[in-house]
Write a protein that binds this ligand. Structure first.
Ligand SMILES: *[C@@H]1O[C@H](CO)[C@@H](O)[C@H](O)[C@H]1NC(C)=O
Ligand SMILES: *[C@@H]1O[C@H](CO)[C@@H](O)[C@H](O)[C@H]1NC(C)=O
Length: 295
């Protein structure tokens, strides 16, 4: 908290954006994000509702309206992966959105998001396929990692994937998942320096109907645990070595296909997207999956 206040005071000096993304045909059809070099000052963005990041409305930000649309789509997937519809916790999903909003929109982005090169890496959904991604490091505090992990720990998806059984593993997994969905490979760096992003998250069992401007269904699961043990902290940045990638890939594929089908159903009824609908309506979910993967 003290970090945030100090950072706010000196924000006018250090506010810079390190990354951006454009979408030829939002919300799905987006280019690989690009490094902004040298970093540029944040701006006042004119977002088209719905707002993916309501907590940033009216502020100078590092995200544009294309990213707003694209985040809405990704956040729908987050709800379907972590939220109450599959017996999870909406606050976990809201916390994830809050985190990614800071990643994309926070005017101090360049302090904790460092962008590297674009590179072809195996697509987690289909490892034989190579996907061009932007490599990024996202520096967050241990406390942030611990809090978000606690809020998501008992969600069904999290308990099923061994790679997600620690705060560090959980976040690295989210960063890895963004390869097929966001065309970025985000590596989390855990660091308690003032430059690291530090956020306070709501615990999963908080009895509220909105969080950070998102509507949520309060957690009714006994599944919300708030136990954070010191042993979760790792001194070094955790790595993805030793993870059972084929298993992770299969779990991820299942979630992704289900989400895609649900998403397709949702948008079929979305009257505001009539034009987009006409293009998609004759495709089956497998083809849509390919489109989402940028093929
Ligand atoms: C990310 O961090 C690693 C380890 O500290 C470093 O080797 C790499 O160059 C960094 N990449 C970017 C894009 O900053
Ligand atoms: C949650 O809050 C609502 C309204 O504030 C209240 O009616 C309800 O009893 C609370 N539920 C629990 C489990 O505390």
């Amino acid at each position: 908290m003290v970090h945030l206040i100090i950072l706010s005071l000196i924000a006018h000096v250090y506010s810079l954006c390190s990354m951006t993304q454009h979408c030829p045909n939002p919300p799905y059809d987006c280019d690989v994000p690009i490094k902004v070099d040298p970093p540029i000052p944040p701006w006042h963005a004119n977002f088209t509702p719905p707002y993916a990041c309501p907590m940033f409305l009216g502020q100078t930000v590092c995200c544009n309206n294309d990213q707003n649309s694209n985040m809405n789509y990704k956040y729908f997937l987050l709800d379907e992966t972590f939220g109450h519809s599959i017996g999870g916790c909406d606050i976990c999903a809201a916390n994830m959105k809050y985190l990614w909003c800071h990643f994309s929109c926070n005017q101090l982005q360049s302090q904790f998001v460092s962008t590297g090169e674009q590179k072809y890496v195996p697509n987690p959904v289909e490892p034989s396929q190579m996907q061009l991604v932007l490599l990024m490091n996202f520096t967050v505090t241990n406390s942030l990692a611990c809090q978000i992990y606690e809020s998501c720990q008992k969600c069904p998806y999290v308990t099923q994937v061994s790679a997600m059984q620690s705060p560090q593993g959980f976040l690295q997994f989210q960063g890895y998942e963004s390869i097929p969905i966001g065309f970025v490979w985000t590596t989390f760096i855990f660091d308690d320096s003032p430059q690291a992003l530090d956020l306070e998250f709501l615990p999963c069992q908080t009895n509220v109907t909105t969080a950070y401007g998102y509507e949520i269904v309060p957690c009714s699961c006994n599944s919300c645990l708030s136990q954070c043990q010191a042993s979760y902290y790792a001194a070094d940045p955790s790595t993805l070595e030793g993870i059972d990638w084929p298993l992770v890939g299969i779990v991820y594929l299942v979630i992704f296909v289900i989400s895609t089908v649900v998403l397709f159903g949702k948008f079929t009824w979305d009257k505001h997207k009539k034009k987009k609908l006409k293009n998609d309506a004759h495709l089956d979910p497998a083809e849509i999956l390919l489109i989402h993967n940028g093929k």
